[in-house]
Design a protein around this ligand. Structure first.
Ligand SMILES: O=C[C@H](O)COP(=O)(O)O
Length: 253
């Protein structure tokens, strides 16, 4: 019997890119989504905090969703420079990325902190996209499954469901490098993540979408989507160009 796969999610992470005067690419992506150029994929753009309100207003009544790239675990307080999940929600977003490797590496974010951010997202009514993935050194040492398993166990909140949590597997060495694992390697890790989700969450573990991220392009999106337990993509660089991002989303039919 073939399992019913969840609706794919194609998420664009703009990272620290995007100024108010340069948002034409967002308009072009939203237009492409409205024109149903993207098959059945749910499409999400996560701009910097400064553009969330603007993009959310433009997305109102459209099919495209807006997310943030991080949030603080607390809802408010003396945390200079931070933004809470409630503020992200208030700005009009419906998703938030937590535990991206660039935050784990640059800010020393631990699995426990990532889990508390995912819990904050749920409290605020946001869907958390929890990122996990091994470094090149860890892969070369044969530790990929260990590392991914540890990060998943430490970052996944109790009570996660398909409606409030998405997992993104992003090998750190594939991010922004043009390198990607083989589809066989992607399958091994995604199957492992699925098995751990089912162990932790029983039947609900089948409902969480597992995205692949790391040098996804229009030219490799279709072969990645065809892999078992790949339920979409988390796209960095290619999400900054509407034609590329729409091309990736169109592969997820
Ligand atoms: O969040 C997105 C990932 O870091 C992937 O980035 P990339 O598509 O530029 O490799």
């Amino acid at each position: 019997m073939t399992a019913i796969r969840p609706r794919p999610l194609v998420a664009g992470n703009w990272k620290m890119n995007g100024l108010v005067l340069g948002v034409n690419e967002f308009d072009a992506i939203a237009t492409g989504v409205a024109a149903r150029e993207v098959g059945r994929a749910e499409v999400l753009i996560c701009p910097p905090f400064t553009l969330i309100s603007r993009f959310a207003a433009a997305a109102a009544g459209q099919h495209i969703k807006i997310g943030a790239q991080d949030c603080h675990p607390k809802s408010s307080g003396a945390h200079t420079g931070d933004v809470s999940a409630e503020m992200v929600k208030d700005a009009g977003a419906s998703y938030v990325i937590v535990g991206h490797s660039e935050r784990r590496v640059c800010y020393g974010e631990s699995d426990a902190l990532v889990r508390s951010k995912a819990e904050a997202a749920r409290r605020a009514g946001l869907v958390a996209i929890i990122c996990i993935g091994e470094t090149q050194a860890e892969r070369e040492a044969g530790r990929t499954i260990d590392v991914v398993g540890t990060q998943l166990a430490g970052s996944l909140p109790a009570g996660a469901t398909g409606a409030n949590t998405v997992i993104a597997y992003e090998p750190v060495w594939a991010i922004g490098t043009g390198l990607t694992p083989t589809v066989d390697d992607v399958k091994v890790v995604h199957d492992f993540i699925r098995s751990r989700l089912v162990e932790a969450l029983e039947g609900e573990g089948h409902e969480l979408r597992i995205l692949y991220g790391g040098s996804v392009k229009p030219s490799n999106a279709a072969e990645l989507m065809a892999v078992d337990n790949v339920d979409g993509a988390l796209v960095g660089g290619a999400s900054l160009k509407a034609t590329d991002f729409l091309g990736i989303a169109a592969a997820y039919r």
